[in-house]
Design a protein. Structure first.
Length: 233
């Protein structure tokens, strides 16, 4: 399956989404920093599964309805940074969707995540990432899970990767940097965390009008995963 994640930079890059979907034919599209009031119910062949409702900078997940069926969606509030308390850009920094893969007759969890900005400490972002992965397990215990998004984690990724692996997940970077706007904060901001899935590669797609570049994750189910079994319509 192909999953695209894109931070729209306060919804500025929303006009690129149809072209992005047409060019790359993703199965799932995860968005950050979008105005959910302005999101269409369909983008090319992708249908809106769920979006946040309390955020100034929202999150959303789209999916191909010829491949998947959306079973349940849920937004989550994570520990807030000082930036969140003062400017209130996001009450909900995680949205997860439980999907039924009609081709494989398996269930999985796909999530869009947006960590606290660079004004916060890495320790807070690590707490948010850990909490997010824990919340997704309540949405679908034991299911293959993919969480993509803007992790806002430009340095010390080795430490983050170790902590993620200690929790039973894998952290995967894309082939090129995803953020190059500022000289001192260039790097891989947009990442993927997974369990029960084989990540064959993550491609950084060409820059658009956002300060982040989209990433596209190429993934398949791990043979070792204890995948969920469909219960029928």
């Amino acid at each position: 399956m192909r999953v695209i994640s894109y931070n729209l930079r306060k919804h500025r890059a929303s006009g690129e989404l149809v072209g992005l979907a047409e060019r790359h034919s993703p199965d799932i599209l995860c968005l950050q920093e979008c105005d959910t009031r302005e999101l269409p119910p369909q983008i090319h062949e992708l249908h809106l599964a769920d979006s946040t409702s309390r955020n100034r900078l929202g999150l959303a997940v789209y999916y191909r309805d010829d491949r998947f069926r959306a079973l349940r969606g849920q937004s989550f509030v994570l520990k807030k940074s000082l930036h969140d308390h003062i400017l209130r850009p996001a009450h909900e920094r995680l949205i997860g969707v439980r999907l039924l893969d009609l081709e494989e007759q398996r269930e999985l969890i796909v999530a869009s995540f947006h960590a606290a900005p660079l004004t916060a400490l890495n320790s807070l972002r690590r707490h948010q990432i850990s909490s997010a992965l824990g919340e997704l397990q309540f949405l679908g215990p034991g299911l293959p899970t993919l969480m993509v998004g803007d992790y806002n984690y430009p340095i010390f990724k080795e430490n983050l990767g170790e902590r993620v692996r200690d929790s039973g997940y894998e952290l995967t970077l894309s082939d090129k940097r995803t953020y190059t706007r500022y000289k001192f904060f260039r790097g891989h901001f947009d990442l993927a965390t997974s369990v029960g899935l084989e990540i064959h590669g993550i491609e950084t797609l060409p820059r658009g009008s956002s300060d982040h570049m989209p990433i596209m994750v190429d993934a398949s189910y791990s043979e070792l995963a204890q995948a969920g079994v469909a219960e029928g319509p």
